[in-house]
Write a protein that binds this ligand. Structure first.
Ligand code: SAM
Length: 250
């Protein structure tokens, strides 16, 4: 059976997506390492929104970057001030993910950290005001939303002039030979391992197909531009297994 977007009813889709996330939880560590590559640029964002922020990995990473910048800049009053003012809002549609994140924040000693805010919300209809935020990230989140365009329009709406959009997502490998290997891995190995390890072939199959259906790097870049963003760029990591797209609101 195939689990394409078209065949899967929306509710079913949400449920499946939830399953996929619990199933692939253990591969998050690798993803986190990949993720950190793109996040070092964000520390200057005073009010930063991390959408589809799940259990807070991106937010923790940004905070850690901030703290290390702060340590290095103890002499520098200006940079110190920047840190004091920075707030990171983690927004996710799933309250269970947020609750896990809050627990993890406490374990990391960030429970009382006022720079971390947890908000339940839909990326397609954000509760934030127009032109109110400096930075926006969405990491491994946009692939599974129902309307990518709505998410991009909302990102553009809530960002201030000069605000930055950054998206990390599993993308498309076009490098010859590596592409064939990656396809084999995706379509043969992942579903089989999913069945073997989690007894859940369908969720893994869905994951693979959702990656396949996600727009190519170029197409996605043009969607970001169509939402109004300028200086749209992307960078492939691991040959395109992951892509980082970015844009600016002028
Ligand atoms: N960004 C986190 C990370 O990289 O560890 C979590 C990524 S997780 C794969 C995807 C997250 O997207 C889940 O927590 C899910 O609840 C959330 N999500 C799915 N659809 C959403 C939507 N429409 N609005 C906000 N969050 C959504």
């Amino acid at each position: 059976t195939s689990f394409g977007f078209k065949e899967v009813h929306e509710e079913e889709k949400s449920r499946l997506v939830g399953n996929v996330f619990s199933s692939v939880a253990s591969s998050y560590d690798l993803m986190n390492d990949i993720m950190s590559v793109g996040l070092h640029r964000l520390w200057k964002d005073r009010l930063h929104l991390d959408v589809a922020g799940g259990t807070g990995d991106v937010a923790f990473r940004i905070l850690e970057t901030l703290n290390s910048v702060k340590r290095r800049a103890t002499q520098d009053v200006l940079e110190d001030n920047l840190h004091e003012k920075t707030q990171i809002i983690v927004c996710d549609i799933n309250p269970n993910m947020l609750n896990v994140g809050k627990k993890r924040a406490m374990e990391r000693g960030l429970g009382e950290d006022k720079s971390l805010i947890w908000v339940e919300g839909d990326a397609e209809a954000l509760k934030f005001k127009d032109n109110s935020l400096d930075g926006y990230t969405i990491v491994f989140g946009i692939r599974n939303v129902t309307h990518i365009e709505k998410v991009l329009a909302e990102a553009y709406r809530v960002l201030k002039q000069g605000g930055r959009f950054l998206c990390l997502e599993l993308s498309h490998v076009e490098v010859p030979v590596f592409k064939e290997l990656y396809d084999y891995y995706s379509f043969s190995v992942i579903p089989a391992v999913g069945e073997l390890v989690a007894g859940d072939r369908n969720s893994y199959q869905y994951l693979v197909e959702s990656i396949r259906r996600f727009p190519s790097q170029e197409t996605f870049a043009s969607m970001i531009a169509a939402a109004g963003f300028q200086k749209v760029e992307y960078e492939n990591l691991v040959g395109g297994v992951v892509a980082i797209h970015s844009g600016l609101k002028f």
